[in-house]
Design a protein around this ligand. Structure first.
Ligand SMILES: [Zn+2]
Length: 428
């Protein structure tokens, strides 16, 4: 397996391998999937991105892997931009460590639990605050070592009572979780704003319509946590939006009044949570006695923040906002392939020859190309391309004898171009 040099992380992608449809694996469905709650769920099943194997459990197929890798790449870059460094925490957390922070009981039935051969109890970590503190313990000695932030992109598990929406609410999912450490609340506040901006950049990069809302921070209280919600008519959460620009989780505006300016709530939007940022302050560092030596030479409990992004929720949100009756209309930045070369008739030597030339030349330029070299009917090949969501197509048909092919954006107008003109589009 070839891992990307920079990000030897969760998702390996063989970037240098040319992809031919005939020996790849994109099992599109002709029939409509049944029992779906979300359009994104239907389209991901139908376009062969994933397959459900059990309640709330899915196999992610090659096109999903390519999309996820691109989403993760943007997340990695933005984490790097706020000096967060990649780590990987264990998935298993010992019971006593969660007891120490009162999470063993607080988490209830949503957390998976298991025993090892010596009957020692563990949980499958919902998040990794405890181990983040353990990791920081002997490393952070003074304020000079902070702010310090680590992150991982890793599988998470939740024992959902009723998994729904496909991977929108599954029992296993991929999450980016980051943990920051600070010598003061001021340092935490400053870093929190940087992270908040990095989150906005991430969601803007994907062209998402989203809002940042003040969320209920539960037991912690105060204005200490924000959610990033993608706007979606069938979204599972309600967002109160005020004329003053303030957006809040409906629980914070239950009386229809803006908690910020006191005016009546102007409108209510539906949305799906994609990210959540939180000022933990000393919620975990205090019970775990995570301290640093302050300016007075005394040990002081340090401040923490945590920051999550649900990778599948980002992918679902992109699909919810970019689709039509024919399928997914992926933006180029996350599309599994950028160009699909469709050969109309694989028995026609001129067509095969021209397709092959374009395929080799575009791949040499680093363009993410798939060649639909299947012997199938042209109509079904075009339908698959629209369903999968490939932004551009090159249809090699009867004009192949003159060295020409039709170039067109997904569902767009066709332009007859020479091979050279097509290649020139990508020579930059
Ligand atoms: Zn207001």
């Amino acid at each position: 397996m070839i891992f990307q040099k920079k990000y030897a992380m969760l998702i390996p992608v063989k970037k240098d391998i040319k992809v031919k449809f005939s020996n790849y694996f994109i099992p599109t469905l002709k029939e409509e999937p049944s029992g779906v709650d979300y359009l994104s769920q239907k389209l991901m099943l139908k376009s062969g991105m994933m397959k459900q194997v059990s309640s709330g459990l899915f196999v992610y197929l090659p096109t999903f892997m390519r999309v996820a890798e691109k989403v993760c790449k943007v997340i990695h870059e933005k984490m790097e931009s706020v000096n967060a460094v990649p780590v990987k925490f264990p998935i298993l957390v010992a019971k006593e460590d969660l007891v120490a922070t009162n999470r063993w009981d607080a988490y209830g039935d949503e957390m998976f639990r298991l025993k090892d051969r010596n009957k020692k109890e563990y949980a499958i970590s919902p998040t990794n605050e405890e181990y983040a503190c353990f990791m920081a313990k002997n490393f952070i000695k003074s304020a000079k070592n902070m702010p310090f932030c680590v992150y991982q992109i890793q599988q998470k598990h939740r024992d959902e009572i009723r998994p729904r929406g496909g991977v929108m609410r599954a029992r296993e999912f991929i999450m980016k979780d980051a943990y920051s450490f600070h010598p003061s609340t001021q340092s935490l506040d400053e870093y929190y704003i940087k992270m908040e901006n990095a989150y906005k950049e991430i969601f803007n990069t994907f062209g998402l319509d989203f809002v940042e809302v003040l969320a209920d921070s539960g037991a912690m209280g105060g204005k200490e946590c924000h959610e990033f919600m993608s706007v979606c008519d069938k979204g599972e959460a309600e967002i109160a939006v005020c004329e003053c620009g303030f957006c809040a989780n409906m629980e914070l505006a239950p009386n229809g009044v803006c908690p910020e300016c006191g005016k009546p709530i102007a409108k209510v939007l539906q949305g799906n949570e994609m990210g959540h940022i939180f000022k933990l302050k000393t919620r975990y560092s205090d019970p775990l006695n995570l301290t640093f030596i302050n300016a007075d030479g005394k040990p002081e409990i340090l401040q923490m923040g945590c920051y999550g992004i649900g990778v599948e929720r980002v992918i679902c949100s992109i699909i919810e906002q970019n689709n039509d009756a024919r399928g997914i209309a992926f933006p180029e930045i996350v599309a599994p392939f950028v160009v699909n070369i469709i050969t109309a008739n694989m028995k026609d030597e001129a067509q095969v020859h021209l397709s092959e030339e374009i395929y080799h030349e575009l791949t040499a330029l680093g363009v993410e190309v798939i060649w639909d070299d299947r012997a199938d009917r042209l109509g079904s090949k075009l339908a698959d391309s629209e369903l999968i969501g490939i932004p551009y197509n090159i249809l090699v048909g009867k004009n192949a004898t003159e060295g020409k092919a039709e170039f067109f954006a997904r569902c767009g107008e066709k332009t007859l171009l020479s091979k050279e003109e097509i290649i020139a589009k990508y020579k930059k």
